[in-house]
Design a protein around this ligand. Sequence first.
Ligand SMILES: [Zn+2]
Length: 148
Amino acid sequence: MKRVVEARTLKAKIECPYRWSTGRAIGSFLTELRDGRRIVGLRCDRCGKTIVPPQDYCIYCADELDEWVEVSDQGEVTTFTEVKMDFPNSPLEPPFAYIVVKLDGADTGLAHLARNPEGIVVGSRVRAVWKELREGSIRDIDYFELVK
Ligand SMILES: [Zn+2]
């Protein structure tokens, strides 16, 4: 008797709703995005670096951080990858780019999105495009666009 090939995969959809505690640093960062329409970071007293998005401890020297500073909503692309094909739950309609932007006044990179990635290269100047209705999310900045 010929053996029947077994079914080896099943298609299914898994949903996983969750809550994540932002903690002090990211909670304050998100609140400033929502209420102040500004981007803030934490400056290190010991080494002088400004960390954006902020963390409780300096990523350079591990000192505790508590000096809040506002940084620009413009900066320079330090790396990026362009997305040309649509996929489920895509944050923007392609084409777009995932970018890391070093905002003016910051010493670290912020991961975000760029709409219309044509012309983006490492070193491109970009600025935040803000949503009018903000909710305390990194997507209160809708995306970044090239500064022309
Ligand atoms: Zn430091």
